[in-house]
Design a protein around this ligand. Structure first.
Ligand code: ASP
Length: 600
């Protein structure tokens, strides 16, 4: 290999290099044989260079060139020459030149490919994941993974400048509930006991504040054993941060600064220096979502003021039962067919709405659907809603949250269908004033809406227990383009308040002591007021890369059912390993009574 080591990469040669003798190392990207001449597009991480084996080359040399197949790994020595003007390829950075080969060596051959290495593979997802190492050779995946690396470096760079200390916390920890199910790791040394993989380093980062580190960050791997749903991965990465003696404004400023730096230095994109803030109530009311896509306006409006004057009894009943009637003006959608409207109704129904009422805005007023119930007030309704001829009004009447969420989902669908959102725009916003608790209908109890360490806003402190549903927390989410990008909060640093929160969430003092005793103990030793946030790194990079799934920005992700088709994880393990852990597996039929090695 020594004398075949590259002197240049495949992406760098220019017309000014003409005449140079160079060695290239890389892969056969494409190949054409043309009447005795072979053109080989040779690729490495930096680009593609066209290599030519001329008609006049020796027969044995031509035979090597002809024997090359896609993705053979080769070394080429040759002379750089400018292409004739009609052969110049302006779309290729090396399009002005080609390398006339004088030597080609096959460094390794390549089997028949499961799919072509291209701009982006269109093979099915599981095949791409099975041969992930090949999928990663494509230009789009190379670009994504490199953007990821750069973004990570820029986050570190910024946080270091801001005085943050990077600290690793353990990944084998005590199981502590954080909303999702823990992954458990059996302990061999302490048979019958388990470690958990962290759902996030939450407790550790708070303890680091008690330790006086002041500003901590970690690019942390987190694990949640959740059912496959949407675009989830069992393990994911967060930029985990915590700061002492701060208010939420300080957390916002650092997070905004970090994102501005990451986008500027990674993509050359300039984000605004500060992001708008929207209360949770306002987000739910106007967009029907706590992660609204703000790239388009399209706000939900309250239809209650018009219900009384109309004659549609369904809406009247909804209001009488304390529900809400919301309306959305779908611009230019009056021409929608029944089928299209039914399609939108299906979206609303997935959020538990009973139906989606509609009316078309015409020159004469409202027409079709529920229009007949509002003839007298049609003019006022269209005026107030600023609806124009050709628009479609869409209504949901339901309990308040269902009305908001279901019409919010219709809003998102319309945004996509009508192409209202620009693909290359990034609309960040803070959502603030979240409810601290949410009602768990299955278990008939209050759950912490985020995690249990978030501070209630001061004005609710004296009445926490009386109406937990009303309590707003010092909690915040960062959203962008309809995705939740980060969540965080100012934390409780008073053990008494912490105990009250545990109690409301259904933990007895004993339970709480047992599970979080170490945190409560630490809080007896002068904990500083502190707060933090954890931007989800995979989603952030997905957004930066313009992708729609986080799988496309993770080098080796699992598929949608948590399997890695490449190495076939999760897999069976040897009986000996189970024995050492004193574990027995139970199948549907019952216990497989496998004996431990020592006969127990
Ligand atoms: N640990 C939280 C989470 O994973 C984030 C935070 O509160 O900092 O969502």
């Amino acid at each position: 290999m020594e004398n075949l080591k590259r002197t240049v990469t495949c992406g760098e040669l220019k017309a000014s290099d003409t005449g140079k003798i160079v060695i290239l190392n890389g892969w056969v990207h494409r190949k054409r044989d043309h009447g005795g001449i072979s053109f080989i597009n040779m690729r490495d991480h930096s680009g593609i260079t066209q290599v030519v084996v001329d008609e006049t080359a020796e027969e044995s040399f031509k035979a090597i060139a002809e024997g090359l197949k896609y993705e053979y790994c080769i070394a080429v020595q040759g002379t750089v020459r400018t292409r004739p003007p009609e052969m110049v390829n302006p779309d290729m950075p090396t399009g002005e030149i080609e390398v006339s080969a004088s030597l080609i060596a096959v460094l390794s051959a390549c089997d028949t490919l499961p799919f072509m290495i291209d701009q982006r593979s269109d093979a099915r997802d599981d095949l791409r994941l099975q041969y992930r190492y090949l999928d990663l050779r494509s230009f789009s995946m190379q670009k994504n993974i490199r953007i990821r690396g750069e973004a990570m470096f820029r986050a570190r760079e910024y946080l270091r400048q801001e005085g943050f200390c990077e600290i690793e916390t353990p990944t084998l920890i005590r199981s502590t509930p954080e909303g999702a199910r823990d992954f458990l790791v059996p302990s061999r040394i302490h048979a019958g006991k388990f470690y958990a993989l962290p759902q996030s380093p939450q407790l550790y980062k708070q303890l680091l504040m008690v330790s006086g580190f002041d500003r901590y960050f970690q690019i942390a791997r987190c694990y949640r054993d959740e059912d496959a749903r949407g675009d989830r991965q069992l393990e994911f990465t967060q930029i985990d941060m915590e700061m002492s003696f701060v208010s939420k404004d300080d957390v916002f400023r650092v997070t905004e600064g970090m994102l501005v730096h990451m986008f500027r230095r990674t993509l050359g994109v300039e984000l605004p220096a500060a992001f708008p803030r929207i209360s949770w109530e306002e987000a739910m009311d106007s967009y029907g979502s706590d992660k609204p896509d703000l790239r388009f306006d399209l706000k939900l409006r309250d239809f209650a003021p018009y219900v009384e004057a109309g004659s549609f009894s369904v809406f009247k009943d909804v209001l009488a039962q304390g529900g809400a009637v919301k309306v959305l003006v779908a611009p230019g959608c009056a021409g929608y067919s029944r089928k299209q409207i039914t399609g939108l109704e299906e979206v609303a129904k997935t959020y538990k709405a009973q139906g989606l009422a509609w009316a078309k805005v015409t020159a004469g007023g409202l027409e079709g659907g529920v229009a007949k119930f509002y003839e007298a007030s049609a003019a006022q309704i269209t005026r107030d809603l600023e609806a124009r001829e050709g628009d479609l009004l869409l209504f949901v009447g339901a309990p308040k949250n269902i009305a908001r969420l279901s019409l919010g989902a219709v809003r998102s669908r319309l945004g996509k269908d009508l192409g209202l959102a620009k693909q290359d725009e990034f609309k960040f916003a803070w959502i603030v004033d979240f409810p601290l608790f949410e009602w768990n209908e299955d278990e008939k109890k209050w759950d912490a809406a985020h995690h249990m360490f978030s501070m209630p806003q001061e004005k609710y402190l004296s009445t926490l227990e009386q109406n937990p549903g009303e309590v707003k927390g010092d909690m915040y989410d960062l959203v962008c383009n309809g995705c939740e990008m980060a969540s965080g909060s100012i934390r409780i640093h008073d053990p008494e308040i912490q105990k009250r929160i545990f109690a409301i969430a259904g933990y007895s003092l004993q339970d709480a002591e047992q599970r979080f005793g170490f945190l409560l103990n630490a809080f007896r030793y002068g904990p500083p007021p502190h707060g933090g946030i954890a931007p989800g790194f995979d989603r952030l990079v997905m957004l930066m890369c313009g992708e729609t799934t986080i799988r496309d920005v993770i080098a080796f992700p699992k598929n949608t059912v948590g399997v890695s088709p490449m190495d076939e994880a999760p897999s069976d393990v040897e009986q000996k390993q189970l024995d050492e852990l004193r574990l027995k597996t139970v199948t549907e039929e019952g216990t497989q009574s496998r004996k431990c090695a020592d006969g127990t």
